[in-house]
Design a binder for this molecule. Structure first.
Ligand code: AMO
Length: 438
């Protein structure tokens, strides 16, 4: 027979484990969480309970504690979900200088299986094993630290743009035409028409500057990436920014300010998590250096690489640049030929940039084409049919201002901020070519 499990009833949490300090001595509190381990020593039972914020020790003196509580503990396996009402006691020897003496316990869900990987402890199991039961793997301390870095990053990004007067927008994810090259699109049937999942809100954010002037969006984008790399997802969180009456130089400065503010906010708001993830506080972030594409090519060629002017940087070339620039840097003024149709050219170059960190591309952006004739010409040059973009081109007849912007891969940024080498570790439920569940 299965041991009886309790219902939540009227119980509600009064403290997270991390909020319990010796200052609460003598208070009765209610905690919820999972059992990390039960040890019996003499007449005492030590139980470690963890929740999303941390863990705490419960101490049950067998002869003094309520007998039904002591008996119930016999059936509680590790990682079962419990509620505890207990009294806070200062205890120098306990992990946080404090412990709880339980007076009542609810066993809410008994864990029937042992996790297929360690939930505590520092050895990191294979990522695929963790991703197969992501809901459980997210209880691991480094996953919790990453999730907190993610939360604080998103809070700061939103605050940054809201304070500067940008409108937060959401744009359609089901779209009619590609913007970033057709091969990476996910097609779908939209009633009886062919449609696609969006690769980027590019055209929508550009249209919105005609009225809202400064916009940002944080939303998923989709790319049918065939290559299995450590930094490509099929569904990624994209931070998109677009602004009227500025050019790419202004946007570079905005992005630099954003990186600086996010970085210092993280050191303030999650210093403990950053140091757990192996990141040191090096003080204020230095200015982000800029490297013109022409110069970057020279550096790579100087290392004997076969690369020619106009080529995109291969992973080998990025490795060379990454050694010279191990932190953030911008590569600016790319050749016009390799850039999408909406990027403004200047001669054979373009008003464009990528934000890099070592070999990893974090963001890309530029000044946009704001003349309709020019945009039509560029569409044709790219082998695209302007008629398919009629819905977009027609708004340019109503005074499209000069504008510029960028798109940033949030998971790519989090790889850097949380010191992770695999993008899947910073995505909550990652999608790639081989993973469609959970
Ligand atoms: P781009 O195609 O360079 O530009 O994408 C912008 C940023 O999005 C991130 N990214 C990805 N992250 C994870 N997995 C992927 N498969 C993936 N693909 C892209 C990268 C990249 O730098 N419309 C333009 C942006 C603009 O000009 O505003 C665009 O989409 O970090």
């Amino acid at each position: 027979m299965e041991p009886k499990q309790d219902s939540l009833g009227e119980w509600r949490r009064t403290k997270y484990t991390a909020e319990v300090t010796p200052l609460l001595e003598g208070e009765t509190i209610t905690l919820f969480g999972w059992v990390a381990g039960i040890r019996r020593h003499g007449g005492i039972i030590f139980i470690t309970v963890y929740d999303k914020e941390g863990s705490i020790q419960l101490t049950v003196k067998q002869d003094l504690a309520p007998q039904d509580l002591v008996n119930a503990l016999d059936n509680v396996s590790d990682h079962s979900s419990i509620g505890i009402r207990g009294i806070v006691k200062k205890m120098d020897k306990a992990p946080n200088g404090v412990e709880i003496q339980p007076i009542e316990m609810k066993v809410l869900a008994i864990a029937k299986k042992s996790p297929p990987f360690q939930l505590q402890g520092t050895n990191i199991p294979r990522i695929d094993k963790l991703l197969d039961i992501r809901a459980l793997a997210l209880r691991r301390p480094e996953a919790r630290a990453i999730i907190k870095v993610r939360r604080m990053t998103l809070i700061k990004v939103r605050e940054f743009f809201q304070k500067r007067g940008y409108e937060e927008v959401t744009t359609p994810k089901i779209i009619a035409t590609a913007t970033e090259g057709g091969s990476a699109l996910f097609p779908l049937l939209y009633y009886d028409k062919e449609a696609f999942l969006t690769q980027s809100p590019q055209l929508f954010k550009e249209q919105l500057v005609m009225s809202l002037e400064k916009v940002f969006e944080i939303a998923n984008a989709y790319r049918a990436e065939r290559s299995r790399t450590l930094h490509h997802l099929s569904e990624f969180l994209s931070l998109d920014v677009e602004e009227a009456f500025v050019d790419y130089r202004d946007i570079i400065r905005t992005l630099e300010d954003l990186m600086e503010e996010v970085s210092s906010y993280l050191h303030l708001s999650c210093g403990k998590e950053l140091s757990f993830l192996g990141i040191k506080d090096k003080g204020p972030m230095p200015e982000i250096p800029e490297l013109a594409y022409n110069k970057a090519i020279e550096i790579v060629q100087g290392h004997g690489s076969e690369i020619e002017w106009g080529d995109d940087f291969s992973s080998e070339a990025l490795g060379i640049l990454g050694k010279e620039f191990p932190s953030f840097y911008f590569i600016t003024d790319w050749p016009a030929t390799g850039k999408p149709f909406y990027i403004q050219s200047k001669g054979e170059l373009s008003e464009s940039f990528d934000l890099m960190s070592g070999p990893l591309e974090i963001a890309s952006g530029g000044t946009r084409v704001s003349s309709k004739d020019e945009l039509e010409k560029k569409l044709r040059e790219k082998g695209l049919n302007p008629n398919s973009f009629e819905y977009h081109l027609k708004v340019f007849d109503y005074g499209m201002p000069p504008h510029a912007g960028f798109g940033l891969g949030v998971e790519r940024l989090l790889m850097i901020l949380a010191n992770q080498s695999n993008v899947r570790a910073v995505s909550i439920f990652p999608r790639d070519q081989y993973r469609l569940t959970p």
